[in-house]
Write a protein that binds this ligand. Sequence first.
Ligand SMILES: Nc1ncnc2c1ncn2[C@@H]1O[C@H](COP(=O)(O)OP(=O)(O)O)[C@@H](O)[C@H]1O
Ligand SMILES: O=C(CO)[C@@H](O)[C@H](O)COP(=O)(O)O
Length: 460
Amino acid sequence: MSLVAGIDSSTQSCKIVVCEADTGTVVREARVPHPDGTEVHPDAWWEALTQASAGLLEGVEAVAVAGQQHGMVTVDDHGEVVRPALLWNDTRSAGAAADLVDELGGAGAWADAVGTVPTASLTAAKLRWFAEHEPAAASRARGVMLPHDWLTWKLSGSERPTTDRGDASGTGYWDPAGNTYRTDLLEHAFGRQLDLPRVASPDEAVGRTPEGALVAPGTGDNMGSALGLGLRPGDAVVSLGTSGTVFAVGDHPSHSPQGAICGFADATGRYLPLVCTLNAARVLDATAAMLGTDLPGLDRLATLAEPGAGGIVLLPYLDGERTPDLPGAAGSLHHLNRDNMRPENIARAAVEGMLLGLADGLAALTDSGVPVERVQLVGGAARSEAVRAAAPTVLGAPVEVPPPAEYVAIGAARQAAWVLAGTGEPPEWNVGEPEFTAQPQEIAGLHERYARVRRDTHGV
Ligand SMILES: Nc1ncnc2c1ncn2[C@@H]1O[C@H](COP(=O)(O)OP(=O)(O)O)[C@@H](O)[C@H]1O
Ligand SMILES: O=C(CO)[C@@H](O)[C@H](O)COP(=O)(O)O
């Protein structure tokens, strides 16, 4: 029995699974937390990966890394990291993103060029911020890569860093439809050229670990999750980790001139239209802390409240927001009165507020022609009973919760198994029967109330 490993280097932690290559059965796993913050030195990811993999990778024949998308890792002439990585959720590059959009002639020009309109999250916007605000450090940068590229490079010991279509498509200087770097846009953003990782093909071995395991190209975490879940047409994923994401896999590049949908590539040669919010599981963490309880306590409270939270609306923009593009926004609670201002309703409003932003994302996907027959709910906050119960109605679609597992890491492991097998397509791995399934119901006024409050407060 061959073993493969998948690594999910995500915002809050490094998770590793070791799976049987033929079936995907997880035989061992580990998790080590990452430091908090929106700027993190890549060495901290390496340390977490090293700790999590200690004693875990015995007998593993192939490995792949899926990582949080967009993070800017810059290296100097000697391959040393120039400054801590700016992460996908660091909003200091919001002004740079707005400048880039204007300079190219508006959102539509970016959608045409690279399928995605820059927000603060995109690597191109971070590079512009870096060049403008830290010119001395920026002048030392020789190359730029993404978190998974850097970790894959360290693991494989390859001469030149590599990336894959999926993660490259989140930079703002790689065109998924043309399968090519737009070095003109990189130069426009940063002011000069930088060395870029080679884009490996989806099933290519890019090196070997010191122990001799094959290293697969890896990918971005959302692309890893799509591979781990084995998405089919009609499936959409709602992932509730640090970020909230909603995405599907398709055969054609997406094009969203208004910018809500990021037109990413997937990890298999296809496409992955995605909408991302900055505020997901941590909205529940923060609400639980505010109410003086823990996550199970928040769940109990939210379950006691009626759908609609007695009319209370939480706009959950605790870390600013990416979709809608409101990087400087703060969260706000609306429609409180003496009757409804109870912990149960606040807990429920947090669950609904987190999901309502993703309901808008799902509507944007379906309006753009993506077929959605069911939503698969994954990520840390999909473990919450209250979230599971509210999701079908708030999202307006049938919801399934697959067996709880680290699907990003499993997707990376499936890619590693694909590279090991040398077959045309990834091996068939069975995800198993859903742990929870529910149909949507009508809640009068819920979506309208949220949209009205958002419009009145933020004008969008
Ligand atoms: N039962 C639960 N209810 C709500 N949130 C949960 C639960 N279990 C874990 N979480 C949250 O999930 C988040 C981590 O999810 P994860 O998908 O691992 O994030 P990331 O991939 O962004 O690092 C944390 O914020 C944690 O509090
Ligand atoms: O920026 C995006 C997607 O475009 C985020 O989804 C990041 O990829 C971080 O993911 P998590 O750590 O929240 O899973």
